[in-house]
Design a protein around this ligand. Sequence first.
Ligand code: AP5
Length: 223
Amino acid sequence: MIWIFLGAPGAGKGTQAERLQGDFGFVQISTGELLREAMRAGTQLGKTVQEYVTRGELVPDDLVAAVLRERLAYGDMGNGVILDGFPRTVRQAEILEGILDKHCWKLCGVLYLEAAEEVVQERLGGRRNCPQCGANYHVVTLPPKVEGRCDRCGAELVIRPDDTPEAIRNRLEVYHRQTEPLVAFYDQRGMLERIDASGEVEQVYRSVKEAVSRRWRQCLADG
Ligand code: AP5
């Protein structure tokens, strides 16, 4: 069973997906994190995507789809897979339909996290990221226990290279132009769950959990 998290940069996709994977036994796959891992490791893929990611542009569809296919081939599906940050274009959504058909995997729901532009800008501006394990924090709303250090692995937290004011502006513009059309794409297929993502983390999570529990039951009943 497949779940998709859709929403603007900073809407809280990663934060909510991480909670959901713990509670429901899902496996979270973040294409952004896979690309950052490759950049940190200095692989050929990392070098190829570095400029796109740092500028806040989308990585070409076929390249990111290949990264996703490779990750899915690990076969660790848990109770379901959460795609955090894929698809991001209509072309990617079509590629995904092909992958699902091929493996007879079912799309259970698309969780669309909606938050106002000023809210996501504030969240991205205060985000701190662990370069070692990928954990995310926020200086005000989700601070680490020890300032500047990751709770999980103790590494020094950094500001993501695409969290500069210029890259944030570009990412939001790219989101509106290239990713927002997916809202209509999935709405027409009856897959879209609109979640008000402007509240506190736990408040948003209650709505996410309610939607997933309801869709999951429906998905199991449909067979
Ligand atoms: P990716 O890593 O996916 O970045 P993104 O979509 O821009 O999303 P973010 O990770 O910035 O935000 P989020 O919604 O996950 O929010 P988060 O939970 O962290 O992609 C990065 C780049 O990789 C792309 O720009 C592109 O170049 C490339 N890429 C990735 N996938 C691709 C694809 N499919 N195709 C092409 N290119 C691709 O929260 C943000 C902050 O807010 C955190 O500090 C958090 O603590 C805080 N926060 C979260 N929720 C709340 C809340 N409710 N209240 C208060 N604070 C909150």
